[in-house]
Ligand binder design. Sequence first.
Ligand code: GDG
Length: 481
Amino acid sequence: MSQAKRLLIVSNRLPYQLSEEDDEFKLTMSSGGLVSALKSYMENSSADFSDMHWYGNADFSEKEWAKASEQLAEKTDAIKPVFIPKNLKEKHYSGFSNSTLWPHFHYFPTFTKYDQSDYKAYYKVNEMFAKKIIENYQKDDVIWVHDYQLLLLPEMLRRKLPDATIGFFLHIPFPSFEIFRMLPREWRENILRGMLGSDLVGFHTNDYVLHFQKSVRMLLGYESKRRLIQTENRAIRSDLFPISIDYHLFNKSFDKPEVKKIKRQMSNLMPNMKTIFSVDRLDYTKGIGNRLRAYEHFLKENPEWHEKVTFNLVVVPSRDVIKQYGENKRKLEELVGRINGAFGKMGWQPVVYQYRSLNFDELCACYTGCDVALITPVRDGMNLVSKEFVASRKDLKGVLVLSEMAGSAAELGEAILINPTDLDELATGIKRALNMPLMMQSRHLEIMQERIRTYDVNMWAQDFMTELSNVKALQASKKIR
Ligand code: GDG
């Protein structure tokens, strides 16, 4: 890419919060993985984008935005809120996105809600995004659409902008054909056609790429050759881009005084105690229930570990208006109560449970202060927590127990890999991790760190953008779009 172009990022939520105090507006940018990836990509890399615009749903109203834009002037130029009426927003987000696509793509088809009015709302919201982007689009803009809330958008954009450069990245798994085909014909075909509106479709793992290609072949009849999908009039590339993290941010956190202080406070509360740590959003895909059952099994089978280990379990509130999420919370809390009731003693709480979000320093203190990170999703697109734990262990101590169902297992083979549905295997994994000699811990961490350091989140974004530009060049050379 030789000339300066604009990069248009499109995600369901805008990473900006707007606050107002005494008629003074303030904009703050949240610090999610995607935000830091793109910030670092824009700052450090060879990206020759002149600037980056972000499209997404806003937490603030159109009226508030109009007032804020007047006051903050050019500071708001790059922020493009898409305003969706409340009922539509709920049916799009809690409805089709999180009660249909999320469970279905994570292999929970019994949770999949089949509701045509949710689908219609999803379609409408994708159309509203398309309209807003098309209104502001300039020739040579590069559009990068993110995730399952916007699967139909690339095709809607393509219809109006036939020559645009459009990338799409899916942050969750793409399921096997047998699961995907369970969706009604109209939905499944439109989803595939929607994604194929892009020039490049990116996934976390090779399996997801293959699943997508098989669904495209079986349902739309388009063959793939060397990752190129050929439709009647276009060639689209689908490939893997395993998302990563800001390695140095987490690695440096080990020496941060604030992090060290929290770590000291925690170990003073539990002297001479080994700790197991996990943190996830409250989600049935994260396998928190089985993790607790396995820990209970481990305590039953290994009384020598009583009063010597604590499980620091952090669960971050998420999507609590959806039925399965509320039920899940109740069940988890029952399990925590059961384990603490059965095994706890004066001065020893087997599970320390927190239902809240940690701040960054607290999170890093937990990563750097634990002996074992226990990460056991039953299905996870990638799982950044596993990579963050590895990166933060500058001391080369600590053991990762990781589910083979996490996308990150493909890159973190030196972890103790377990099947999260097998409680025996999980309990044995916990024991092996607690007993692992320091030399072996260091050796495993060193290898995994090297991998994450080399392919960090900046590389991920750069890799995607390079490939996108290659696809455009290929299309031009073959005179295909
Ligand atoms: C989706 C896919 C894919 C978590 N708790 C706290 C906290 N976090 C941060 C972690 C990490 C992120 O949230 C969670 O990322 P995950 O990858 O583990 O999971 P999802 O939220 O489900 O993300 C997933 C990801 O997209 C990226 O493509 O890997 O498979 O499902 O960065 O650090 N951060 C703070 N306090 C917390 O309590 N500060």
